[in-house]
Design a binder for this molecule. Structure first.
Ligand code: S3P
Length: 158
């Protein structure tokens, strides 16, 4: 299964927990990229977002067959990655959450370069990406309450 969705919706936490419960392999694509290259904030600073998107695409290609894969929120903005996800035979799950909740979790997070924007800018980014997530998702799951509730929903579709 591949978890997609905006920054801060809980993809990594959910993937990790699900892997503990099911004993299945889990990779967080951001961690994979950081291990292969350097910290995401440094990649953005040193080479810019476009280079990060290429690294992300290569990482996605390498990890497509992992049991549980959580991806970065901006992966859908790079068409080659979007197409890989679209063509994948894995179950693609879009985790969505109310923007207010997301904003509380990601504002001023310096490890996420794209979160260092105003409330309005982040809301625009959220709205711009939503149709992209929807266009490739097999299933959408709302993360509205607790992580346990989210895990429960994921275990049902797993
Ligand atoms: C990004 C999201 C991040 C990470 C990078 C860019 C984005 O992943 O890939 O900072 O553009 O939304 P998370 O969704 O895990 O925060």
């Amino acid at each position: 299964m591949i978890l997609i969705g905006f920054m801060g919706v809980g993809k990594t936490t959910a993937g990790q927990k699900l892997s503990e419960i099911t004993q299945k392999e889990f990779i967080d694509l951001d961690v994979y990229i950081e291990n292969k290259h350097q910290k995401i904030s440094d990649i953005f600073k040193n080479y810019g977002e476009s280079v990060f998107r290429k690294y992300e695409y290569d990482a996605l290609k390498e990890c497509l067959d992992v049991d549980i894969l959580s991806t970065g929120g901006g992966i859908v903005e790079y068409e080659p990655s979007l197409n890989l996800l679209k063509e994948s035979t894995q179950l693609v799950i879009y985790i969505d959450a109310p923007f207010e909740e997301i904003y509380k979790r990601i504002k001023n997070d310096s490890s996420r370069p794209n979160a260092l924007r105003s409330y309005e800018e982040l809301q625009d980014l959220y709205e711009k990406r939503r149709p992209l997530y929807k266009s490739i998702a097999d299933i959408t799951i709302r993360n509205e309450t607790t992580v346990d509730e989210l895990i429960h929903k994921l275990l049902i579709v797993e």
